[in-house]
Design a protein around this ligand. Structure first.
Ligand SMILES: Cc1cc2nc3c(=O)[nH]c(=O)nc-3n(C[C@H](O)[C@H](O)[C@H](O)COP(=O)(O)O)c2cc1C
Length: 431
């Protein structure tokens, strides 16, 4: 059987391009309505995506004055979407630093019931220090401490999901017995970070152990992902480096006792599509003209651990400040941005332009054929098992991808033409 591309949609507001709410291609006035989310999810389903993904952050972006970067609660939105979609998986981010495992296990198990087996959890440890102040805590824990808690957190969640046997509900109207209590198990977890008795308050959900996504690409993040995740979301710009990353994750998965292909690796891509390559370049320039470097510096400052970069001279080379990053900052994104700036000798302004359309992901600018060719090339090389698509603008950027690129991938036999399975797990496990 021919391997197929796995697609997930990163659905954020009216798109990930900075200040794209100003573009006539978007209607930000309706971006908080159910209708907006519903039409995006249904379009992604029409494009046979494995999953619709909602990212999350737990603090208001410092760029909010000029950029529409507010964050609704993913679980609430996905619950609503479960009622208006049939096949597509519904993945939401939930932080292991500012939650407790019982709550997260319960929320996602409920979503899995509501969606008849389509829920998935994106594990993040929260990399933005400003979130701490919203949770009564003075300081975001250091990187390694966050991951140590995250590892235990995931194990507790999975134990809770396993607490109810699949046949625990008896529902015998004659005898009045609803459940067999012997088939509902406490977990009695006692660890460094958590003490949780269990069992969960709802029965085993259709998928039981839900598919997990993981998006931290630091060495510690990769280790967690390789041990527990079914999907890895990552930012990669170069196919050879992406292949090295993917091989590393696959080999870490094997070291953790899993088959190498148990983990599907999905690098992010922001496609900018128009009828011809030239038209697509014009569109990229049009969207790029909305980028304001000062706003991007706020975004970058946050990615670097909430530091102030506003005093930077836009026309000076972007400096290497990796050595002085706060210890609780995320690692992979500052490293990636610095590497790009140094390798290509970019000024601050040029770096802002480079990452402003795609929150730092790879932009793929071209005709539908160009975009399909490129995705097929990455996929065939083994650098990717699929892609997380981050449209620059929504809904138009997604419509173009689904109407123009999806049929081309299907024609090559690289994308499903119907959903063979019912659950998110089925979609991910499809070869
Ligand atoms: C496609 C993609 C989606 C992500 N979604 C989120 C998210 O929703 N919330 C979040 O806090 N971080 C998100 N991240 C960032 C990572 O999960 C992680 O927090 C960050 O890379 C820092 O971790 P690291 O130091 O291990 O790389 C995402 C990253 C990628 C590539």
């Amino acid at each position: 059987m021919v391997r197929k591309i796995h697609l997930a949609l990163f659905a954020q507001g009216v798109g990930v391009a900075q200040s794209v709410w100003r573009s006539p291609r978007t209607t930000p006035e309706s971006m908080h309505s159910l209708g907006h989310w519903k039409s995006l999810a249904q379009t992604a389903e029409r494009g046979f995506f494995d999953a619709f993904f909602i990212a999350d952050a737990l603090n208001l972006s410092p760029a909010i004055a000029t950029d529409a970067t507010d964050r609704p609660d993913p679980i609430a939105v996905l619950s609503a979407l479960s009622a208006v979609t049939e096949h597509i998986g519904l993945i939401g981010t939930s932080s292991t630093t500012y939650n407790d495992p019982f709550t997260v296990a319960r929320q996602f198990a409920t979503l899995d019931h509501l969606s008849n087996g389509r829920a998935g959890w994106n594990i993040v440890t929260t990399a933005i220090p400003a979130a701490a102040a919203n949770y009564g805590s003075a300081k975001l824990p250091d990187h390694e401490d966050r991951y140590a808690r995250g590892e235990e957190f995931v194990d507790v969640v999975r134990a809770l999901w396993d607490g109810w046997d699949a046949d625990a509900i008896i529902a015998d109207r004659e005898t009045g017995q609803w459940t067999d209590a012997r088939r509902i198990h406490r977990i009695d977890h006692s660890g460094k970070h958590f003490d949780v008795a269990g069992p969960l308050t709802i029965p085993r959900s259709p998928q039981g152990r839900l598919p997990l996504a993981q998006a931290g690409s630091s060495p510690t993040g990769m280790k967690l992902g390789a041990r527990v995740a079914d999907l890895i979301f990552t930012t990669q710009h170069d196919m050879t480096e992406a292949k090295t990353f993917a091989d590393r994750v696959r080999s870490l998965a094997q070291s953790a006792g899993r088959p190498a292909d148990a983990v599907k690796i999905l690098p992010g891509v922001t496609p900018i599509i128009a009828e011809t390559d030239d038209d697509a370049r014009d569109l990229a320039a049009e969207l790029g003209s909305l980028i304001d470097e000062h706003t991007t510096l706020k975004f970058l400052g946050q990615a670097f651990g909430d530091i102030d970069l506003s005093h930077y001279d836009l026309d000076e080379p972007f400096p290497d400040i990796l050595e002085s990053l706060p210890r609780n900052a995320g690692m992979s994104r500052p490293t990636l941005f610095t590497e790009i700036a140094l390798r290509e000798q970019l000024t601050v302004r040029q770096l802002a332009q480079r990452i402003g359309l795609s929150i730092g992901h790879r932009t793929l600018v071209g005709s539908p054929d160009t975009v399909a060719d490129d995705l097929a090339r990455w996929f065939d090389s083994g650098a990717a098992d699929g892609f997380i698509i981050l449209p620059a603008d929504l809904p138009v950027g997604l419509n173009e991808f689904v109407d123009e690129v999806v049929p081309r991938l299907q024609k090559r036999g690289l994308l499903r033409t119907e959903y063979a399975g019912r659950t998110l797990r089925d979609h991910i496990d499809e070869p």
